[in-house]
Design a protein around this ligand. Sequence first.
Ligand code: ADP
Length: 451
Amino acid sequence: MSSPMEISLQNPPDAELCKPNGVSQTEPSPFSPVEKVLVSVEVCLKPSSTARIADVQTAVERMLEKRSLTYTDGPVPVPIDDPFLLENVKRIRICDTDECLENHEILLFWQVKPVVHVFQLNEEGPGEELSGDELLSSFNEWVLPAKEFDGMWESLIYETGLKKRLLQYAASALLFTEKGVDPCLVSWNRIVLLHGPPGTGKTSLCKALAQKLSIRFSSRYSQCQLIEVNAHSLFSKWFSESGKLVAKLFQKIQEMVEEESNLVFVLIDEVESLAAARQAALSGSEPSDSIRVVNALLTQMDRLKSWPNVIILTTSNITTAIDIAFVDRADIKAYVGPPTLQARYEILRSCFQELLRTGILSSQEHDQLILLSYASLREKLNAVEAQAPLGPLFLSKLLLEAAEVCEGLSGRALRKLPFLAHAASTSPYNCDASKFLSSLIETAKRELSEL
Ligand code: ADP
């Protein structure tokens, strides 16, 4: 078996890995071939749309050709003079360019080959196919791309390049399988393990990754499902029944993967509880049934591995090396650490922008409501003019102070912080942005003191 790849989500990757090959900012010579950068453009259809995917794809490609602008992450307005797109398309979004580019780089239209992915969100919510037996609260099932996970990928903030690398590893694994690469000659698995402290977004990242892949591979796989298994709940509830339930669940997954146009993601959360259960059973503090459950799970995973259209995503809250048989099976192991200063700033900035958008926060002086990105703020603060009064930088500077204070808080805690600060505010219906930030800093200090 190949040794697992360890990706540290803390250390930026080799910059060359992400850099668009051969891209220069000057106009190309008409005689030299330009290596274009592939940029994903995601097109979400309206729930009411019945248009053919291929027609929408062609229409968007044509529209992008005419657009002749730069490519940066974010929405592209649906042109008002295109009734077909207006009727069918909910939104168009350029994705993941920020994961490839370094500061100040921009992608001009002639450097880019847009890859258009058209999809419609499934609005049915988690499936209840397993109802009728005790499986229900241990397993959840979604048809992807699902409405619940819309925007989740974008909302997760890590170091530059990290999400892209994860996406590329998973995409390569699917491609190798699809092309029939002989596993005796080149070995790889489709098992991903994300490990790190609680609240760092591991489970969300797995779900968001599944959602992304379902969109990116929609032309190859017409159906896509995510099954979420909470390993912990398997052991806490049904010691004697668990073995049978695991077998039953994997039987169901097996049926799904037998359909080759299905892409199936199996998310097993908190896998460390497998090791804990095994340990407890060996020491006699838990029924030996749990050993059988762990073994059943591992055996079933080994069986599933041989299917080309399944990806197993797992998470663990254990931060040190996890020494279980299971880990050996993971091909991609990635450590997801607490958010860095930049990530903390960007997480808080996104919270703040949401509160501004919804009118919960406001300011008497409108120009104070500018919140710069971390990179722009750093650049401005380093510049000579920074000696001058802060002016419109005021709010961003205060946000940076808040992000600095929040060192040690998880992403989950950070996303709750603005709510807690608001709840503690004396004037909840008329919240001034800068006062709110000061109260956020106080709330963060209090939260940290209680850790
Ligand atoms: P874990 O599985 O590591 O315990 P979760 O996936 O349950 O973490 O994270 C809970 C929530 O915390 C996420 O849905 C997200 O809102 C927030 N969160 C955690 N880490 C981040 C991050 N790096 N960027 C943005 N949000 C984050």
